[in-house]
Design a protein around this ligand. Structure first.
Ligand SMILES: [Zn+2]
Length: 291
């Protein structure tokens, strides 16, 4: 009897021990599983943070590159910061229009307005118009001239492609194609169509649209001072082979003070400076500062 009771107690102890072991193992397994899950979550969080960090760093890099200054240095001048703009756009004040580079078909510049300065009395309404962008610089140029005793006026400013075509054909019928080509632009190739160019004259119209204008006090003053207000003498003497036009001491084109000054100091035409501007534009594009 005593032996039977001992054996049953022994069995109960054994079952209890087994249960305890089972509970301990279960707790251990759950514990391991919990730790494993926590490690996984932490790892996942870490890799997400890493991806966000790398992406942020890349975005910062892109933003910094966009703001990186790009310079143009024309021979004999100080470096000039290239604006982060598309100079190939016909509305841009640095746009190049010449015998080889035309404006888009039917291009009409934005914000044309009647110029605030004096204009030739018998010019057409169109010829009195300029891009709004150049109205204030033009007013300042004429005011500076007036201060030094030079009374200027616009002989002719904006010209549509149609007007340019009529003008070119008139010149051709008068002097023949080859001769007309030396002083008149083909439609779509005239700077006058940009609204950024002006033919300047004295009020008295002395040497009007003639080479002798450079010999007048007004013509001289313009050649030496126009750049200070953002205008460049577009077809200078000695550059005929580059511009394709005869010397035109009356034709000025607005490009902004910085570029006009660099062109004045380097004695380069806009056509000659264009490769420098294109290089700057390519850099700005690769920096994603310009599309
Ligand atoms: Zn002109």
């Amino acid at each position: 009897m005593k032996v039977m009771v001992r054996s049953r107690r022994h069995r109960v102890n054994k079952v209890g021990l087994l249960c305890l072991i089972l509970v301990a193992v279960t707790v251990f397994v759950i514990g391991i599983f919990w730790v494993y899950q926590e490690v996984k979550v932490a790892e996942k969080q870490q890799s997400t943070n890493e991806i966000i960090r790398v992406a942020d760093a890349r975005l910062d890099e892109i933003e910094a590159k966009k703001k990186e200054p790009v310079y143009i240095t024309l021979p004999g001048t100080d470096k000039l910061r290239a604006p982060a703009e598309n100079y190939e756009d016909p509305t841009n004040v640095w746009t190049l229009v010449n015998k080889a580079k035309a404006l888009p078909a039917g291009y009409v510049p934005p914000e044309l307005m009647a110029a605030s300065v004096s204009t030739r009395a018998n010019s057409t309404a169109d010829e009195k118009r300029v891009r709004q962008t150049i109205d204030t610089p033009l007013t300042q140029l004429f005011a500076a001239a007036q201060k030094e005793g030079h009374s200027l006026m616009i002989g002719s400013a904006y010209r549509s492609a149609t007007t340019q075509e009529q003008l070119f054909n008139t010149y051709v019928s008068r002097v023949g194609y080859a001769e007309a080509d030396k002083y008149s632009a083909h439609p779509g190739h005239s700077e006058h169509q940009t609204g950024l160019a002006v033919d300047i004259s004295t009020i008295s119209q002395q040497c009007y649209l003639s080479e002798c204008f450079i010999g007048t006090a007004d013509g001289q003053w313009l050649a030496e001072n126009a750049h200070k207000h953002g205008f460049t003498l577009r077809y200078p003497k000695g550059k005929e082979a580059i511009t394709g036009y005869n010397f035109e001491p009356w034709h000025y084109r607005y490009v902004g003070i910085d570029l006009a000054t660099a062109l004045y100091l380097s004695r380069l035409t806009l056509d000659e400076a264009w490769p420098y501007m294109e290089t700057a534009l390519a850099t700005l594009r690769s920096n994603r500062a310009v599309k």
